[in-house]
Design a protein around this ligand. Structure first.
Ligand code: NAD
Ligand code: MG
Length: 378
């Protein structure tokens, strides 16, 4: 029996690649959700005939309802609609929403006992504690889709409990590897969007250029694998072939290698614990030739150490750096701030966070709001 799948963020980079896999492997797609791109969502709905779709943007949802009125597909709207989709019929919820907007739907999906295939790293960065607690209570699995975390997860298959000593988290270094702060002063949006190895959504592509993405991934790894940041080493590996690895108690290093293609980690989260044929380009190490490793330049790329500081402080600090970054990236993409100001915004929000050790979901959203306000008021 093919597993059934709910895809949140189906019109994005991860969402469309997941649908490519569904198209090929015949997964039953039971529901889809997106932010506002109803033209693509309509096409997807007509092709995959889900029971329901949701659009976050209320007005766009109304338009889609009219477009799909000749079908039986239910059209829901707003954050409640997206959450309802996350709890509907279907075994696996692939969360490929971008930003903290993915947190509530993840929690709703866990509440409904779904297996979570998680691409939305901001879910764990902001709500890691709540998500882990809820998943434990419900006995729900969280399967990482982020390529590094999938690689770590794959490397740990068969490793005895307690044997994980260190995580080797690889980073491509992004388009601005080896640049100085002076070089980065006036970089354009187009230059920042020009990632050397990966084709991804705009927000994560900018995060890769600032190394914020790697910082968010350190936090994500802390929550997924239970090691402190001090046992997570970031290595700049320009070829993006080693997707990450682990060091075990006897010193053995185990890593997962592949082409820079998100379809493999997406597919593994869907087939886990099984594996199935990969129909896309496979790795040819002769073509790659050389693998290199360097330390990240944390003086130039401030977002990475700021994220490490945030997770070491814990509480609402990761939410503050995430919220400030989301807002700063939006402003950068709109041409309203410069590239180096992104890290300044993140640092300011981290300094101003009103932190608590014990916190609720509402505290997270409030900390997110305050961090964004701190950026806009800049
Ligand atoms: P994207 O911008 O291409 O797509 C985002 C999707 O989320 C779109 O379908 C959009 O409509 C939807 N969306 C946005 N706001 C929403 C809301 N409020 N409610 C419902 N849907 C909403 O982004 P992406 O590159 O596919 O990344 C998605 C997530 O996966 C991010 O958290 C990113 O960090 C993570 N991720 C992406 C990649 C990649 O290769 N693209 C790799 C690793 C991790
Ligand atoms: Mg990644």
């Amino acid at each position: 029996m093919m597993k059934s799948l709910i895809i949140l963020g189906s019109t994005g980079s991860i969402g469309t690649q997941a649908l490519e896999i569904c198209r090929r492997d015949g997964y039953k797609v039971t529901a889809l959700a997106a932010g506002s791109n109803i033209d693509l969502l309509e096409k997807q709905a007509r092709e995959f005939a889900p029971l329901a779709v949701a659009v976050f943007d209320e007005q766009k949802a109304k338009e889609l309802k009219i477009k799909l009125s000749d079908t039986d597909i239910k059209v829901l709207s707003g954050v409640d609609g997206v959450c309802e989709i996350a709890q509907g019929k279907g075994e696996i919820v692939l969360n490929a929403i971008v930003g903290i907007a993915g947190l509530r739907p993840t929690l709703k999906a866990i509440e409904a006992g779904k297996t979570i295939a998680l691409a939305n790293k901001e879910t764990l960065v902001t709500g890691g504690e709540l998500v882990n607690r809820a998943a434990k209570e419900k006995g729900v699995k969280i399967l990482p889709v982020d390529s590094e975390h999938s690689a770590i997860f794959q490397s740990l298959q068969g490793a005895p409990e307690g044997s994980l000593k260190k995580i080797l988290l690889t980073a491509s270094g992004g388009p601005f590897f080896n640049k100085t702060r002076k070089d980065l002063e006036n970089v354009t949006v187009a230059e920042a969007l020009n990632h050397p190895n990966w084709s991804m959504g705009a927000k994560i592509t900018i995060d890769s250029a600032t190394l914020m993405n790697k910082g968010l991934e350190v936090i994500e790894a802390v929550h997924l694998f239970g090691l402190p940041a001090s046992q997570i080493e970031v290595l700049v590996h320009r070829q993006s072939i080693i997707h990450s690895g682990v060091e075990l108690s006897d010193g053995a290093v185990i890593a997962q290698l592949g082409t820079p293609d998100m379809k493999l980690p997406i597919q593994y989260a869907l087939t886990y614990p099984e594996r199935s044929e990969f129909a896309f380009e496979k790795l040819d190490l002769f073509k790659v030739g050389t693998l290199t490793f360097e330390k990240p330049d944390t003086d130039t790329f401030r977002c990475l150490p700021l994220c490490v500081k945030a997770i070491n402080e814990g509480g609402l600090a990761p939410t503050a750096v995430n919220g400030a970054n989301e807002e700063a990236v939006r402003l950068f993409l709109e041409g309203k701030i410069k590239f180096l100001q992104i890290a300044e915004c993140v640092e300011k929000a981290l300094c101003q966070v009103n932190n608590k050790k014990e916190f609720t979901l509402e505290d997270i959203f409030e900390a997110d709001r305050l961090a964004r306000e701190c950026v806009i008021g800049n």
